[in-house]
Write a protein that binds this ligand. Sequence first.
Ligand SMILES: [Zn+2]
Length: 296
Amino acid sequence: MRRRFGGAVGVHTGGTVCRAAAGLAPEGIWRSALPAGGVEATCEAMVAAVVRVEPAPKLVVVATPGHVDPASGDVAGAANLGPEWTGTVPLRRLLESRLGCEVTVRNDATVALEAERRRGGLIAANDGALISLSTGVGVARLVGGRETPTELGHSVLQFDGPPCLGRPHRGCFESFLGGWALPLRYKERHPDFTGTAAREIPDDPAFWTECGARLGELVVTLCLLGQRLEVVSLMGQVTLARAHFLLPAVRARVQQEAALLGVVPRRIVVTPLGDDVGVLGALLVARDLLYPFQAA
Ligand SMILES: [Zn+2]
């Protein structure tokens, strides 16, 4: 039986898929391919997904990549959704006029953190972080039980490195580990590779172990901020598909630096919530906003 949340709906647009949920049961989560078109087509796909799971929505929380202005619901720099998203998009306004109900827009790493701390890898943790490898690289930190925004995915680790897609710099973590960047990096090593998506890269242990080491350097960068880290939870399509190569390499890289670090995470895990972590987080936030006194 599907448990409804009284009109609360969570939506997540990430990579090439739009997800919507009006209840926590996995079989009740609606998934549809995002159209390749621009802002208009993506909004239509989100509205169709919402109505599919809840014909009478009262409050919709949308999780999206990019900078989100929480007051206006505008999204900026969500280049991973398509070229029309590189500027500022008034996403809340566009969706409210189509849905006729209240819409709240949040960054996808932020809502994923909410799902992780209530139902996933960060349960019972007060200090931790999540790192998502999908089209881009998303990072969110939990400091003393509170979410702290960070743009560490665009932190530069090699100044003469490959160019970033969405930002005017080179050599950031995303330019090595983002889903858009991985095929380019693989082609540099194997010029005969013709794929354009991360999923087309073969299970090449040398390549993925090197990626794991880079990801480990992102965890080390988090450690260097000096915050206590109980758990680091890894997620996103790329992580989930290659965890068997990435996880040992991440742990080894962090261990290599352990002597230099004031803090090291007690655990580095892959989220138990899989690909649905963003949409579940959006749903939990929607329910909290609609029914603030209901237990988690
Ligand atoms: Zn960047």
